[in-house]
Unconditional design. Structure first.
Lengths: 316, 369
């Protein structure tokens, strides 16, 4: 247990623990650099963001965030000067660039699309996955192994392989550029993961609990609801995070199948154009905001997430 | 409370026959134990009575009502699982209230009933604790509490003491029997432990390979085993068998072992010539130096008030239970005698006992099946 106890065969030595800890921290720092760069770029002015050599020290500005949420129009100096006092900080920043805010940008609607589609498909995938996993876990399903393999095999091909057929199918069905279409698509992809993860969790819950509940006077569905589900919450939470992360970050299908009303944030962010090309601070600001929900979610549920990853490695 | 009647009960899983054409009746208020090694079909039988498995064929009657194809929740039974199956996300009180909630009992009445039951089992002080922190004995009591709180027609218990320490187990054996004597509910109890069975049961069924080998009181099963399997399974050490070949007339007979006459108990029917076995409990083997039947001490096991001697004879090893103050050394040549009235005689080919005049009349038909 402690460093000064007798030499243990299974317990690593203090030195190896220190080295391991140092390596993990180093690796974490390296992987954090891009994220850090995105966050600071969001607070740079457009010239600072593309200056060479790159600037680590700069004068922070909210210009990126203002540009992210607004559309602006260039006006003559006289017109801008003739306006009344600026309303809010963004108005002030925009006027310095000799422009006026003419409306909201599409970022917020796109962000909302992302929320609806990601959470919608996650809820649906976890719901279907839980029922399917319970069925496979508790009943004698004919060809169960083959069916489970078939369910898993949908994950084995690269999404781009089915991109064209899905594109054509969605156009025919009128699902192109609809939230429903995207929810169905992400659910289809996630349900295989959900079934496999949840089956493992549900297999671990002894059948005796349901049998006890059924003898205590409940139907199978009531037993499932009152006894199995409360014990599967860890598994359900872990599965939900994995599904959410996929649906939230998905880019390829989103580019292909959404363009307007149902467009999610990932394909929208890189299209934020400023003067003379991409508006990098606005892109970085959009990315930063986009990362926040998943970051919060992951931190809140990190224990379940870890249990999902190491599932099966450690027995209770 | 109810009588349990099982008729021609049969259960197969694919090609495997788990329970073969079983018949038995558990009288109202009896403590009935199904005893047998693992895989003998005792748990499957219990689960069919509970409604957790449906029989392949046959009939189950609870209190005169045919419940063969009813679901578990439609039968008025309670089940205690081997691993207790206490709902881990509920505290003790909610675990015990769970079956009452299913009945739609008003909340106030549930509260009263749970507290009353908890008092009976002396677990009222832990009603509000979580079940995960409980000690084995307390978990057992909560599982029992959840079973009796509903006051069902009968209790079914699947090796409920299997996971407890020996010390706790003895305590719980007494508690279970006490509880039964107080509430007189028909109880079916499954175990592989003959001591549990012997100390608690009113009636025992010894099962093997899906067949009920013998159904009777603990005393009948010990003193009058119906088959060689039962004779061998019950008792520690088990019954000795001395094999011989002979035909036997009804009434008294003598057989010769190494030229020494051994008197057999009086048989009711004659038996054709064939392989037979004489069954003798270790405590009924007498060390008798005047006897011509001799053997050499091969080993001894000291058990406090008595000792178990292993004696090598020309008929194989015999075990004898004798008082521990008698001194023997390995290799000692001793004479052996059997108490005639305690002997069992088996047809070694069928494994069945031959009815003797001391066989209780109720068992005689069963013997010569």
């Amino acid at each position: 247990m402690s460093g000064n106890s007798a030499h243990s065969v299974v317990e690593p030595t203090t030195t190896s623990k220190t080295v391991a800890g140092f390596l993990v921290i180093l690796y974490a720092l390296i992987t954090m650099i891009p994220l850090f760069w995105i966050v600071i770029t969001g607070f740079k002015s457009p010239p600072d963001s593309i200056s060479y050599p790159p600037k680590v020290f700069f004068e922070p500005t909210l210009e990126g965030y203002c540009n992210l949420f607004t559309t602006r129009s260039r006006q003559t100096r006289e017109y801008v000067e003739a306006l009344g006092p600026p309303e809010g900080i963004c108005d002030e920043i925009t006027r310095k660039r000799q422009m006026v805010i003419v409306g909201d940008s599409n970022y917020w609607p796109r962000f909302q699309n992302s929320l609806i589609i990601a959470f919608g498909s996650t809820i649906l995938a976890v719901f279907l996955g839980t029922l399917t996993a319970y069925g496979f876990s508790r009943f004698k399903v004919p060809l169960a192994d083959d069916l489970l393999f078939f369910i898993l095999s949908t994950r084995m091909m690269p999404p781009i392989a089915v991109a064209v057929p899905i594109y054509l199918m969605y156009r025919k069905l009128g699902l192109s550029d609809t939230a429903l279409g995207m929810i169905l698509l992400y659910t289809a992809v996630n349900v295989s993961l959900a079934v496999w993860l949840l089956k493992g969790f549900i297999d671990e819950i002894p059948r005796e609990y349901e049998e006890a509940a059924m003898i205590d006077g409940y139907t199978r569905l009531q037993s499932f609801w009152k006894v199995v589900l409360p014990q599967a919450t860890t598994g359900i939470a872990a599965t939900a995070i994995f599904c959410l992360i996929f649906a939230w970050n998905e880019y390829a299908f989103a580019v292909l199948l959404t363009s307007g009303t149902a467009q999610t944030a990932p394909p929208f962010i890189p299209t934020i154009i400023g003067e003379g090309g991409l508006d990098w601070p606005a892109v970085a600001a959009g990315t930063t905001i986009f990362v926040v929900p998943i970051l919060v979610f992951t931190i809140l549920l990190r224990k379940q997430l870890l249990r999902g990853i190491t599932f099966g490695a450690v027995r209770k | 409370m109810a009588e349990i009647r099982v008729e021609r009960l049969h259960k197969t899983f694919g090609d495997f026959v788990a329970v073969r054409q079983s018949d038995f009746v558990v009288d109202d208020g009896d403590f009935f134990v199904m005893l047998g090694p693992s895989g003998c079909g005792k748990t499957t039988t219990l689960r069919m009575i509970a409604g957790l498995e449906l029989p392949t064929s046959g009939r189950i009657m609870l209190g005169g009502k045919d419940v063969t194809n009813q679901r578990a929740r439609e039968r008025d039974i309670a089940f205690v699982f081997q691993l207790f199956a206490l709902y881990p996300h509920m505290n003790v009180r909610n675990n015990m209230a769970f079956p009452l909630k299913a009945m739609g009992m008003p909340r106030k009445q549930i509260r009263e009933r749970v507290e009353e039951t908890a008092k009976l089992l002396r677990i009222d002080h832990i009603l509000d604790s979580s079940v995960s922190g409980l000690a084995g004995g307390d978990r057992q009591r909560v599982a029992l509490g959840r079973a009796i709180v509903r006051r069902p027609d009968c209790f079914l218990m699947d090796e409920p003491l299997g996971t407890l320490d020996t010390e706790f187990r003895d305590l719980m054996v007494n508690e279970l029997r006490d509880l039964h004597d107080r509430i007189h509910a028909t109880t079916v109890y499954v175990t592989h432990d003959q001591l549990e069975a012997m100390s608690m049961a009113d009636k025992i069924a010894v099962m093997n390979h899906g067949i009920i080998e013998q159904f009777g009181t603990p005393d009948e099963i010990y003193q009058h085993p119906a088959t060689m399997y039962v004779a061998d399974f019950i008792g520690s050490p088990p019954m000795n068998f001395v094999h011989f070949e002979s035909g036997l007339p009804p009434g008294g007979a003598r057989i010769s072992l190494d030229g020494n006459a051994v008197e057999l108990p009086r048989l009711i029917h004659s038996a054709d010539y064939g392989k037979k076995a004489l069954g003798v409990r270790p405590e009924n083997v007498l060390i008798d130096d005047s006897s011509g039947l001799r053997g050499a001490i091969y080993g001894s096991e000291y058990l406090g008030t008595n000792q178990v001697l292993t004696i090598e004879t020309s008929h194989g090893m015999l075990k004898a239970r004798v008082p521990s103050h008698q001194q023997f050394s390995l290799g000692d040549n001793v004479g052996l005698g059997f108490m005639t009235e305690t002997l069992s005689v088996f047809d070694a080919d069928t494994g069945r006992a031959l009815a003797t005049e001391r066989t209780p009349p109720t068992l005689r038909d069963h013997y010569h099946g």
